[in-house]
Ligand binder design. Structure first.
Ligand code: SPV
Ligand code: MG
Length: 299
């Protein structure tokens, strides 16, 4: 099955599904191996892994390069966090074209202004995208996709920017009419109150995607009861890897030896396995003149 159809099924199925964050090819592969059915290519995580801020400091083609590695390394669908679409409708529709060429299954765009600010950074009432302009962007993206199952998800930032429920519903409805495939409703509250109020009024008009980074203590069963379709675990591979890297760097720095760390980290063979080094070994037998295969280090 195409990756686009897989993502569409996941979004449109009545059961609750989960997307796990990845920010490079290795993380994407680990997410797939773990059993997740889809990947969230997080803007926060990809930019952080590049050592830059989540303010569109990395160009969209640099993000595309990362996605290409992620997509090549996996067979489950990837949903890109496409920020604001990196410009106006024209930039956003070109993004769709390039994503389809790389076998990315869908993109989520948010109704903020370029360059974007991470939803958890700027506190006060911020201006959102003009509704009509954002609807034009959705239409342009949907008109551009070649694969009818490619997903364009619209992220409503009305709660995040302090505009409240009425504005959130007004925007979600406008985006639905413009042809979006699903709504991502976002909240930075530590409880589910905003999401719950939205879900009750929304009443299943389109599938709903949520990102419980801040309301992490809410039981997953509650998301099911409210009728959410997809939950995104948005940045947890990045955040756990930060702790792991800080810990190992500190220990090696302090101890000036590897003797205390070797048994606590992945083996080199595990790295080779994740890279599928064995496949190359087999291919060399088929394609290299006999007796001339490379003496690879993993022998
Ligand atoms: C991201 O993962 O970059 C997101 C989700 O946009 S959040 O950071 O929760 O806003
Ligand atoms: Mg983001």
């Amino acid at each position: 099955m195409e990756k686009t159809s897989k993502l569409k099924n996941l979004i449109y199925s009545s059961s609750l599904d989960f997307l796990m964050e990845a920010h490079n090819g290795l993380a994407a592969k680990i997410v797939e191996e773990t059993g997740f059915k889809g990947i969230w290519a997080s803007g926060l995580s990809i930019s952080a892994a590049m050592g830059v801020r989540d303010n569109n400091e990395a160009s969209w083609t640099q993000v595309l390069d990362v996605l290409e590695f992620m997509s090549d390394a996996t067979s489950i669908p990837i949903l890109l966090d496409g920020d604001t679409g990196y410009g106006n409708f024209n930039n956003a529709r070109r993004l769709v074209k390039k994503l389809e060429q790389r076998n990315i299954a869908g993109v989520c765009i948010e109704d903020k202004l370029f360059p974007k600010t991470n939803s958890f950074i700027a506190g006060d009432k911020q201006p959102l995208a003009d509704i009509d302009e954002f609807c034009g962007k959705i239409k342009a993206m949907k008109d551009t996709q070649c694969d009818e199952n490619f997903m364009v998800i619209s992220r409503v930032e009305a709660f995040i920017t302090g505009w409240g429920l009425k504005e959130a519903l007004r925007r979600a409805e406008a985006y639905r009419k413009a042809g979006t495939d699903a709504i991502l409703i976002h909240s930075k509250r530590t409880d589910i109150a905003e999401i719950e109020s939205f879900m009750k009024e929304w009443a299943g008009r389109l599938p709903i995607v949520i990102v419980p980074t801040k309301y992490y203590a809410t039981p997953t069963e509650k998301f099911r009861q409210l009728g959410a379709n997809v939950v995104i675990w948005a940045n947890h591979n990045l955040r756990s890897s930060i702790i792991a890297m800080q810990k190992i760097s500190r220990q090696i720095f302090n101890e000036q030896t590897l003797s205390g760390v070797e048994s606590t980290i992945a083996t080199i063979n595990e790295v080779f396995r994740l890279q599928d080094a064995a496949e190359l070994k087999e291919a060399e037998k088929r394609y290299l003149p006999q007796g001339k295969d490379s003496d690879a280090a993993y022998d």
